[in-house]
Ligand binder design. Structure first.
Ligand SMILES: Cc1ncc(COP(=O)(O)O)c(C=O)c1O
Length: 408
């Protein structure tokens, strides 16, 4: 059934914990890295490192080439029409969204303007807008969730009236729901709104094309897509970026500085203040290369099959004792499986699973409004990636059965 057999490429996955093979089911939080990403970063530090955009000696020029090469690779991966100018390296998804709220938001949103969010958004795509709403007296509106854990779009056109920006997750990190993003974007544009995609969970798992999605801004993190921590990406349409003021001030983002002011650098450096995450960009480029050589269609197919297998296996084995939060059809969702097991607290469940080497996340997953909607304070969450296989799902089921015995 599973067509990708790549566990051996990921050194961490050959480890043991508590005397057991590690079963890593927390990739929605942060993925593991293949050897090629580790080697590429190691090689960069050993052979090339110098600061970028400053030196005129050979290794500095090579560092520039590798850093800007990563930008082009990332742009190609998401179908950016003009990667050289439109791909901005940030610290992570959170910083990319804060860049939009601080720069575009402060310039374009006035008292009474509305921003439309959803009940399934991550705090990273809520708090920046709450902050700006308070500062600018904006109205925040919320798309709800139906019984099938889909976004409720029944009132969308009405809710879009007067909205300047729709900021929406492209895949829920708790439910796995994949909203019909292109349809939402089309309707938002017809209503005169721009659209931001929080693609932290989309880009690592599905083929992504900013043109087909129809978004104006797209944010994601390298560490969830086999790359290093400390680097994320904001893609935006060039015309928007040209109009936006710098987000952070400092070296690299200026063209000139005087006693009475400064002029900003050209794109994309206008938004990259200070020494950027150079080795991390090079590592992200290698991660993109690895995903491209596997093929994102193949990644999606593998995860869909495995999610289907997991949903069937767990439902058959645990029946009514198990509540899975998310669409039942694997075609409509990613491989994020949040669950409640009887009245076992998710933290207790995660601790017991850990004794069997199974790593899952327990908590509110930075989605407090969603937890309130679900009527729970936390869930346990197993999340799948290309290196997982049926044996990992079977190990999860076995470990859950042990928890069942333990909690009586
Ligand atoms: C949907 C979603 N958005 C945003 C984020 C924030 O990502 P980061 O912590 O890398 O900024 C996450 C992380 O879990 C996420 O799942």
């Amino acid at each position: 059934m599973s067509s990708i057999a790549c566990k051996a490429d990921f050194p961490l996955l050959s480890q043991q914990v508590h005397g057991r093979r590690i079963v890593y089911l927390d990739s929605a939080s942060s993925s593991q890295r293949p050897q090629v990403v580790l080697d590429t970063m190691d090689d960069y530090y050993r052979t090339t490192h110098a600061n970028v955009h400053r030196g005129i000696y050979a290794i500095a020029e090579e560092a520039d080439r590798r850093y800007e090469g990563a930008r082009m690779a990332v742009g190609g991966f998401i179908g950016a029409p003009d990667p050289e100018h439109e791909v901005i390296f940030t610290k992570n998804t959170t910083e990319a969204i804060n860049l939009v709220s601080s720069s575009w938001g402060r310039c374009n949103l006035r008292a009474g303007d509305a921003v439309l969010l959803t009940d399934m958004d991550h705090h990273s795509n809520i708090v920046p807008w709450l902050t700006l709403a308070e500062e600018r007296s904006l109205e925040l509106r919320w798309l709800g969730i139906d019984e099938q854990y889909r976004l409720d779009l029944s009132e969308l056109d009405h809710q879009l009236d007067g909205v300047k920006l729709v900021a929406c997750t492209a895949m829920s990190n708790v439910l796995g729901t994949i909203p019909p993003f292109a349809q939402i974007a089309e309707r938002a544009h017809s209503a005169g709104a721009l659209v931001l995609a929080d693609a932290a969970q989309l880009v690592p798992h599905l083929p992504t094309d900013v043109g087909s999605l129809g978004c104006d801004f797209l944010a994601f993190s390298a560490h969830k897509m086999l790359g290093p921590t400390g680097i994320g990406v904001l893609w935006a349409r060039r015309a928007l970026l040209e109009e936006m003021p710098p987000f952070l001030g400092g070296g690299g983002m200026i063209r000139d500085v005087r006693h009475d002011g400064f002029s900003a650098n050209v794109l994309p450096w206008k938004f990259e203040a200070g020494t950027p995450p150079i080795a991390e960009a090079v590592g992200l480029g290698a991660a993109v290369g690895y995903l491209e050589s596997t093929g994102m269609e193949a990644v999606r197919k593998h995860e869909m099959n495995l999610t289907s297998y997991a949903l069937d296996t767990l439902s058959e084995r645990f029946g009514e004792n198990l509540r899975i939060f998310g669409p039942p059809d694997a075609e409509e969702r990613g491989g994020v499986i949040s669950f409640a097991y009887r009245d076992v607290h998710p933290h207790d469940m995660a601790q017991v699973l850990d004794q069997s080497g199974v790593c899952v996340r327990a908590g509110h997953h930075c989605t407090k409004p969603l937890m309130r909607h679900l009527g729970v304070s936390a869930t346990a969450r197993a999340s799948l990636y290309l290196y997982n296989d049926e044996s990992d799902v079977d190990a999860l089921a076995e470990a859950m059965a042990k928890a069942d015995t333990l909690f009586g």
